[in-house]
Ligand binder design. Structure first.
Ligand code: COA
Length: 383
């Protein structure tokens, strides 16, 4: 075994997977053989969940049964609402509130004694958590706004239900399709940090609630899912300041700041999801006449690529660079952006947990010890 330290586990292969493939030089992303462009244009988020969890695209009957089961599992208990209300009262961030609520869901699991190695029980657990996350998030937002949470409405898709429970109004077709597409784009992405976190937790045979709660925690960081929020906050800062977008970026680079939404461990070119979201952001701006969010982002991208040689350095927009402007144009509050990422990526966490457990071995890497080996013990009173 090599004693070489692979910082950040860069390039380390720890599992075989049939779930998603990334070609970081070509800018290609595939879920179980299907290009992300096709899925974004043709599929629904529910179909993608089925594909990831069951291994193939559903037939019409399978999809309708799956969708019906998800719909039955959307509601959350009053106890969860009550804790969310307490968290809203102390202004907890939505990601932290989600992490707490996911953890609470295990208390109402109808199969608490399921064998941790029973894959079908695990899948049911994962499906229940996935179905409930939009309900939790929408309830949290309403509680923060001093409004009563809404129950899920029958007959609406996963995406539409979230928007309905958030705003109290059924979304129009553009809003529903846009969010549905964003959920598809974020559903899986190899062994990213949050997915790997979930896998590590599940590899100990801990329950799925723990694995998902851990995934939410890992995703919340600014180097991972938190970046979509940071991008939007940056664009708002640019918009409100005297500086134009380019001056803001120059100053940020001079101050050694990383530009949120740029760079990726795996991609050396523009993330294919950013290409799709950029187009959607532009379309939404054209339709509403409010083009400035797309324009600010695009100006920053052009500048970094053309004048700061970001492309030569392998730095290009990632999924978070344009997603924020899309959500913002749908009227979604900025600190709900990362939770929406979680609402989607839970599909990938569950899929990878199931795959990990098909041939499980506890995840247990090592560190190269660089500390002292023969330290002298000094009694407490003599230190
Ligand atoms: N802006 C400016 N420079 C960046 C950058 C960014 N967004 N991302 C990376 N770099 C530079 C680093 O400063 C480093 O330069 P150096 O070699 O001269 O020190 C080099 O590129 C490698 O970056 P590093 O952070 O070591 O790469 P990584 O693979 O460990 O990290 C990310 C990948 C995504 C965490 C990193 O690109 C980043 O922090 N991006 C901003 C946050 C973000 O958008 N995260 C969402 C990812 S989907």
């Amino acid at each position: 075994m090599s004693g070489e330290v692979q910082k950040g586990l860069e390039g380390v292969v720890v599992a075989e997977s049939q779930l998603s493939f990334i070609d970081g030089d070509e800018g290609r992303l595939i879920y179980r053989g299907h290009d992300i462009e096709t899925l974004a244009a043709e599929a629904s988020y529910e179909e993608v969940l089925y594909l990831l969890w069951h291994g193939s695209l559903p037939t019409a009957d399978e999809l309708s049964a799956f969708t019906a089961t998800m719909a039955e599992e959307r509601a959350v208990d009053d106890e969860v609402h009550s804790v969310l209300a307490d968290l809203a009262a102390v202004d907890e961030s939505p990601m932290a509130a989600l992490r707490t609520a996911v953890s609470m869901l295990s208390a109402s699991d109808p199969e608490p004694d399921a064998d941790p190695e029973d894959q079908t029980a695990r899948l049911r657990q994962g499906r229940r958590i996935t179905a409930k996350i939009p309900t939790i998030l929408a309830a949290y937002q309403r509680l923060r706004d001093g409004e009563e949470p809404l129950s899920p409405r029958e007959g609406l898709s996963h995406a539409a239900n979230f928007l309905y429970m958030l705003t109290g109004e059924e979304p129009d077709e553009v809003a529903e399709e846009t969010l549905d597409m964003a959920l598809i784009l974020h559903a899986d992405h190899g062994l990213n940090a949050s997915t790997f976190t979930s896998m590590v937790i599940a590899s100990t045979l801990a329950d799925t609630y723990s694995a998902v709660a851990g995934g939410v925690g890992a995703l919340s960081g600014p180097l991972h899912g938190g970046a979509n929020q940071d991008v939007m906050e940056t664009l708002i800062e640019v918009d409100r300041s005297e500086k134009d977008a380019l001056q803001w970026v120059r100053d940020a680079l001079d101050n050694g700041r990383k530009i949120p939404g740029f760079g990726h461990r795996v991609y050396n070119v523009k993330d294919p999801r950013a290409v799709i979201l950029e187009e959607k952001s532009r379309e939404l701006g054209d339709a509403s006449g409010e083009k400035k969010w797309y324009d600010h982002a695009n100006e920053i991208e052009q500048y970094l690529v053309e004048e700061q040689n970001f492309a030569e350095k392998g730095l290009a927009p990632n999924v978070d660079f344009y997603s924020g402007t899309v959500y913002y144009q749908l009227g979604i509050p900025v600190d709900m952006f990362t939770p929406i990422f979680a609402m989607s990526r839970v599909g990938g966490w569950v899929a990878h947990v199931l795959e990990q457990l098909e041939d499980n071995r506890i995840m247990r890497p090592r560190a190269k010890y660089t500390g002292e080996k023969d330290a002298e013990w000094v009694p407490l009173g003599d230190r």
